[in-house]
Write a protein that binds this ligand. Structure first.
Ligand SMILES: Nc1ncnc2c1ncn2[C@@H]1O[C@H](COP(=O)(O)OP(=O)(O)OP(=O)(O)O)[C@@H](O)[C@H]1O
Length: 266
């Protein structure tokens, strides 16, 4: 099987600070892969390294079976889309113009979209439920609407992988599940590999095929939600008391942090 991503012994950090140490794992193609871990454990750094937005050293780093370094900027953009955590934007673009920019990796030097590009952008806006906002300026949208515009641009890019950094962080409950459902549909209907950083362990449990748990820049667990989301693993990683039981919605774990006043003292 050709992995969507295969990484062996990856190191990455910032000029004054090494962050990721000896990271090795692979991502199955067409899977929903969620990176979890405490604050500062290196999740965003890893996602950016995987998207080649940060330089990293590795014995091996392949994207869809090709060394990551062999991709040109253009071929990488045709393969992988990145949805950042911060979606504030100062350009006075309309939603449609912004989403259409997702076609730029396929356009000629003049970057002029044709009718097919415009149709793909329209479909991406329909898919993410923002078609009615197409002529609105991006900087006049709510956080949740802007988040969906960024996802529509990523969809418009027609990538094989979508990388998202905490896409549900500032969304209400309805929009959280909506974004997760959209990603699941992309996976199921188009075989897109979804790689997501999330703090929401319960969403990760319900949607993730595989979870990667980071702590202090190292991988401390990788597996199905039922393997990673045990109280032993989570209490060790997060250093707090948690209740883990089965979600009444299905056979996946549910994690509840325990307030001090409800802790049983032995
Ligand atoms: N641009 C930067 N320059 C220097 N250090 C950075 C930079 N960005 C992040 N760091 C540091 O790298 C470490 C990992 O940060 P990162 O953002 O990858 O963690 P994270 O797991 O995504 O955290 P959080 O859950 O809080 O978003 C932290 O110690 C952080 O302070």
């Amino acid at each position: 099987m050709i992995h969507a991503i295969a990484i062996d012994h990856l190191f990455c950090g910032y000029t004054d600070q090494p962050v990721l140490q000896e990271i090795s794992f692979s991502v199955d193609p067409g899977s929903f892969f969620v990176i979890i871990g405490p604050n500062g454990s290196g999740k965003t750094t890893l996602l950016k390294a995987m998207a080649r937005l940060l330089a990293a050293d590795a014995r091996r780093f392949d994207i869809l079976g090709r060394p990551a370094g062999n991709y040109t900027f253009r071929s990488l953009a045709q393969t992988m889309a990145f949805v950042p955590q911060e979606t504030r934007i100062d350009f006075p673009l309309t939603v449609e113009e912004f989403v259409l920019a997702g076609r730029s990796p396929y356009q000629g030097v003049l970057g002029i979209p044709d009718a097919a590009d415009t149709e793909i952008a329209r479909q991406a806006m329909v898919f993410t439920g923002i078609e009615h906002l197409s002529s609105r300026k991006l900087d006049q949208l709510s956080g949740g609407e802007r988040q969906r515009a960024f996802i529509a641009k990523a969809v418009c890019q027609e990538p094989r992988l979508i990388m998202l950094d905490e896409p549900t962080a500032s969304l209400d409950l309805a929009h959280q599940t909506r974004i997760m459902d959209l990603m699941e549909r992309l996976k199921n209907e188009k075989g897109v590999t979804i790689v997501m950083v999330s703090h929401d362990i319960n969403l990760a449990a319900m949607y993730g095929d595989t979870l990667l748990l980071l702590k202090e820049g190292r991988v401390v667990g990788k597996g199905a939600p039922g393997e990673i989301l045990t109280y032993q693993v989570l209490e060790e990683a997060y250093g707090c008391v948690l209740l883990v039981d089965e979600n009444p919605l299905g056979k996946f774990p549910r994690v509840t942090p325990v307030p001090d006043r409800l802790k049983i003292i032995h």
